[in-house]
Design a protein around this ligand. Structure first.
Ligand code: UDX
Length: 446
């Protein structure tokens, strides 16, 4: 099959490269010549483990190419994917669909209209229910209805694990009731089909909603365990054991039950907000989703207070080492990262911040230009009055804790991701604060 991928952002690039790796001929298109130049020179504009090698392999095999020229890219194509951004619109939280509609207009002008020509236009961007209908309306202004079909095919990729998520998904969701489009989509995903991955064919609007419902549910799950963590701290219980105890119930499941500083990233905050707005427009109350949004925002703000409280109530003049800036490990993505809420609050309270992240420091500097950064975690720790773990990068788990203690000016560790064991940390002489545990658990008092 020949595939055109419009948009080489995170979703478009990963999907395009993986389709090429399935054996299809893929042309990735972007308006930004700098991005295309980078890709053509063998570089990757985003950080995603394994992506660079996969690009090189498929470019070499002649199945993958990059261009700014949509017209050439679309020649003979079976499917054109729209994978452009849908950011939150400033002020109201609605998904901004202007990039999606602009792409639809451009594609419409280039769809072949000869006898029997048929192109599937696939919406991969996360879009509110009904966007496919609007894309179809825009296209139909330029092209005869028989020449195309608009399909919804949401992505469920996690940053940092995107290639695996694409190639070994729990399911693929395809929204179309058109048999010709269904046949093209089946062929595109054939390697998965052969692997017995469930492919859910459904109506287009339902498919669009599945994406938002999935993300809102996962955000709810995280927020729920975060609230349980607060309760654990107050009543003297252990949130990781609560998570394990409930997660073994198959109806609940053990994933997405890690308590932390609140969810961030490019999807959950934006998609929960957009879902709430869609519901408002439809005069439906989504009180759970709205509460999740508020609770998560409040939690990120509260994390700064938790750090201040752990350091005796006043951080003025203290040097605080922040380890981990990205919204989660294995990415350089800073979008809605908890660190962006926590750090400015600590700065306001008079703390001096020195930060380290293995991948996200260049991105972080755009948002937080006035704090200090170091190239090595131990340099950040050196002379600090406290270490705060904000993102759970593996390299922090393997620290030489004796060395950390020697380097610190005061042995305070505040672990917002529960990567260390309290008992061991206290035995080493640290004052250790984490998430969802009583200050000193009863079984450690001896
Ligand atoms: C998410 C969805 O998982 C993916 O299916 C969708 O396509 C895009 O959004 P992503 O944003 O890359 O993916 O990251 P994810 O691993 O889901 O984590 C999102 C946020 O939740 C992170 O801030 C993470 O730290 C937090 N999280 C996740 C928790 O706090 N606890 C958990 O148990 C899981």
């Amino acid at each position: 099959m020949k595939v055109t991928m419009v948009g080489t952002g995170y979703v478009g690039l990963v999907s395009g490269v993986c389709f090429a790796d399935f054996g299809h001929e893929v042309v990735c298109v972007d308006k930004d010549p700098a991005k295309i130049d980078t890709l053509n020179a063998g570089g990757v504009p985003i950080y995603e483990p394994g992506l660079e090698d996969l690009i090189a392999k498929n470019v070499k095999a002649g199945r993958l190419s990059f261009t700014t020229d949509l017209k050439t890219a679309m020649q003979g194509t079976d499917a054109v994917f729209i994978a452009v951004g849908t950011p939150s619109r400033r002020g109201d939280g609605y998904a901004d669909l202007s990039y999606v509609y602009a792409a639809a207009e451009e594609i419409a002008g280039l769809i072949p209209t000869g006898d029997n020509s048929f192109t599937v236009v696939v919406n991969k961007s996360t879009v509110p229910v009904g966007t496919g209908d609007e894309v179809e309306r825009i296209m139909a202004e330029h092209v005869s209805r028989a020449a195309f079909e608009v399909v919804s095919n949401p992505e469920f990729l996690r940053e940092g694990a995107a290639i695996d998520d694409f190639k070994r998904p729990d399911r693929v969701v395809v929204g179309t009731k058109d048999s010709r489009a269904e046949a093209v989509m089946r062929e595109l995903y054939r390697p998965l089909y052969l692997n017995e991955t469930p492919i859910v064919f459904t109506e287009r609007r339902t498919s669009e909603l599945i994406k938002y419902a999935a993300n809102a549910f996962l955000a709810t799950k995280i927020t729920f365990i975060n609230e349980m963590a607060d309760l654990c701290e107050a009543v003297g219980a252990n949130v990781q054991e609560v998570a394990r105890g409930i997660g073994l119930d198959k109806r609940i499941g053990n994933k997405f039950l890690h308590a932390g500083p609140g969810y961030g990233g490019s999807c959950f905050p934006k998609d929960t907000l957009a879902l709430a707005r869609t519901a408002e427009e439809a005069n439906v109350s989504l009180s759970i989703v709205s509460s999740v949004i508020d609770a998560n925002e409040a939690r990120k703000r509260r994390m700064a207070n938790k750090i201040v409280a752990a350091l005796g109530g006043d951080v003025h003049g203290l040097r605080i080492c922040i380890l981990g800036l990205a919204f989660k490990p294995n990415t350089d993505d800073m979008r809605d990262a908890p660190s962006l809420t926590i750090i400015p609050r600590l700065v306001d309270k008079g703390a001096e911040i020195v930060a380290y992240d293995p991948e996200a420091m260049e991105e972080a500097k755009k948002h937080l230009p006035d704090i200090a950064y170091t190239d090595c975690p131990y340099a950040a720790i050196d002379g600090a009055d406290a270490v705060v773990i904000v993102t759970e990068w593996d390299e922090f788990r393997a620290f030489d804790m004796r060395r950390v203690k020697e380097l610190l000016n005061a042995p305070n560790v505040i672990d917002l991701r529960n990567i260390y064991r309290g008992k061991q940390m206290r035995a080493l002489g640290f004052s250790y604060t984490n998430i969802g545990y009583p200050a000193v658990p009863a079984n450690e008092s001896a």
